[in-house]
Ligand binder design. Structure first.
Ligand code: XIL
Length: 475
């Protein structure tokens, strides 16, 4: 199958005018021929199952101390399929004295997740808070080396068990400047964040690597500072896969909440809502708006609330969560569930990491919702340009690889780049070259795609996307 993106005259010129264009193009490319979305399947009745219908997860922060509370663990295991340790993977917990590691509490949470088919977000490797005293007393090269050793040791211990790591947490300053926060880590040199990410990639290549922060929930100076860093990392090949938006919300969300998620996704990273809690009298509606925003952004891969019951919350007295102190579902729960159930196709249905402890999310597009034309041959696959973001001098393209009915274990997408287009960066696939006919082969974690499911990869290039074509072969 060969798909051609629109000719040049159809391409919007300025990046700022592109909002939604990529998605619209993707839909047009598929619908013209065929797509009929499956009628909304039976609505799922738990947060995790509802999120999985669109290939997403629904998670919560978990303290080890609550796992023995049966009211708590019953809700946890019924509703949530992703777990973030609330404090147990922080530096003060895992390395209380230098090069002496303490993994017991975090291991207990991982063991719980493994036993219940839940995946893990690792939180967090490098942060200015919750550092052990010995780290607080370090500076310069000694601190830099301690950070590198910490990342290596902790990630090695959990290798293969973590879906995504918050490699760096809260490195940007609040206020209007859009710059870095002062901290002992920042004072080791501005490159500390990229050193952390490069170290992390080498330590566990299968884990997604996230930057995580708060007050980045709309387009503002702080989120733009983070945006510029991610754009720079992508341009220079510094490994980064995702950005976490903590979303500790008071009363309401900025009107550009979704647009902010989308602008990060357009850089070629996943976005995740990582620590959601919402105070205020409009709580149920706001929870619904946030969930809807994530569902509307293809690369929003999941939502985590920062606790289960109001009584579990770190925001004591604000009752910001989805269950009341007795474990009853609140109105906010229903808002979230309804928005999850109404979602269309979401992110890749292939596991995005090599985690071995959890089932794959359900396909985001079920086989029955695939094209009504003849299905691709067994073992085959199709490729389509699912979005393009063009600016004056370059573009990013996201390519969707959909398996035929038999599924595939390996795939190669042949991309014919328009003349003058040169690839500068790519993610989730390995390119054979940078211009002309470029073959992209799967990485180890995304070669397998179930029948009718899909995965996505992308690249950034100089030049113009007009005339880009892609085709797929699989085995
Ligand atoms: C909080 C925990 O919930 C508390 O138990 C702890 O006392 C302080 O940290 N941003 C983060 C989280 O990234 O790690 C924080 O968690 C909340 C703010």
């Amino acid at each position: 199958m060969r798909i051609t993106v629109p000719r040049h005259r159809d391409l919007p010129r300025a990046k700022t005018s592109l909002k939604g264009w990529g998605v619209a193009a993707g839909v047009a490319l598929v619908t013209g021929a065929m797509m009929v979305l499956a009628p909304a399947a039976d609505a799922a009745t738990t947060l995790g199952a509802s999120a999985a219908q669109s290939g997403r997860y629904f998670g919560t922060a978990v303290p080890n101390s609550k796992l023995g509370d049966s009211t708590y663990s019953t809700i946890l295991d019924r509703e949530f399929n992703m777990i973030t340790p609330e404090n147990e993977m922080k530096w003060d917990a895992t390395e209380p004295s230098q090069n002496s590691f303490s993994f017991g509490a975090a291991d207990a949470i991982v063991a719980h997740a493994t036993a219940h088919g839940q995946r893990m977000r690792g939180h967090t490797l490098a942060w200015y808070q919750q550092q052990p005293g010995w780290v607080q007393n370090l500076s310069g090269t000694a601190l830099r080396n301690a950070m590198i050793n910490h990342i290596n040791q902790v990630m090695a211990h959990y290798k293969g068990k973590i879906y995504a790591w918050d490699v760096v947490n809260e490195a940007y300053a609040d206020g209007t400047g859009g710059g870095r926060r002062d901290s002992n880590l920042q004072r080791t040199g501005n490159d500390w964040i990229e050193v952390a990410f490069r170290t992390a990639r080498a330590a566990d290549p299968a884990a997604k690597l996230c930057y995580n922060d708060y007050n980045t929930d709309g387009v503002n100076a702080k989120s733009t500072g983070v945006y510029n860093m991610v754009q720079d990392f992508k341009a220079r090949g510094v490994p980064i896969d995702c950005v976490g938006f903590q979303s500790h919300i008071t009363n309401s969300i900025p009107s550009d909440y979704q647009a902010n998620l989308q602008r990060f996704a357009n850089l070629g990273v996943d976005v995740q809502i990582t620590e959601l809690d919402v105070s205020g009298s409009n709580q149920a509606a706001v929870y619904g708006q946030i969930t809807q925003a994530c569902m509307n952004v293809t690369r929003c891969t999941g939502i985590t609330t920062w606790g289960i019951r109001d009584s579990d919350s770190w925001r004591s007295g604000e009752n910001p969560l989805l269950f009341d102190a007795s474990g009853n579902k609140k109105a906010a729960y229903t808002s979230v569930l309804n928005a999850l159930n109404a979602a269309g196709p979401g992110p890749s249905s292939s596991p995005s990491t090599g985690t071995s402890t959890s089932p794959s999310p359900s396909p985001s597009v079920s086989p029955s919702s695939q094209p009504s034309q003849s299905p691709p041959p067994s073992g085959g696959c199709t490729a389509a340009v699912s979005s393009v973001n063009q600016w004056n001098t370059g573009f990013t393209a996201t390519i969707r690889v959909t398996a035929g009915s038999a599924g595939v274990n390996a795939w190669t997408v042949t991309a014919n780049l328009p003349s003058g287009a040169t690839i500068t960066n790519s993610w989730n696939a390995t390119p054979s070259g940078t211009s002309g006919t470029v073959r992209f082969t799967n990485l180890s974690y995304n070669g397998h795609i179930d029948g009718g499911a899909y995965t996505e990869f992308g690249f950034q290039a100089n030049g113009n996307a007009s005339g880009l074509t892609v085709s797929c072969s699989g085995s």
